[in-house]
Design a protein around this ligand. Structure first.
Ligand code: FES
Length: 103
């Protein structure tokens, strides 16, 4: 039973452009892939770079600092040097807004 928070206007989320936000102290990166939306922690588990500054390749986000990759659907750490998965958050579309579930 999580709490849903408004995260962004859908119009602000463009394909291939990760979008960093902060909600209630959570640093979150939002992604759009086609008509699907995803949310992960925005902080790389390797050395705290912001993933929203990285490059989105399909469903993989590449960290801007040391090029480690995560799967944005599962948070799985995919390539060296990242080893620890990132948290993912459930998302839902509500009208013209994207909402993220915290907790
Ligand atoms: Fe992200 Fe090093 S800080 S790979």
């Amino acid at each position: 039973q999580g709490t849903w928070h408004e995260a962004a206007a859908l119009g602000a989320l463009n394909e291939g452009e990760p979008h960093g936000i902060e909600i209630a102290g959570h640093h979150i990166a939002l992604y759009r892939v086609g008509n699907e939306y995803y949310a992960t922690s925005n902080i790389c588990t390797h050395a705290e770079a912001l993933l929203s500054d990285g490059i989105l390749d399909g469903c993989e986000i590449e960290c801007p600092l040391h090029m480690g990759r995560f799967d944005i659907r599962t948070g799985e750490a995919l390539t060296s040097p990242v080893e620890i998965d990132i948290r993912t958050y459930p998302v839902r579309v509500a009208g013209d807004r994207l909402e993220v579930c915290l907790s």
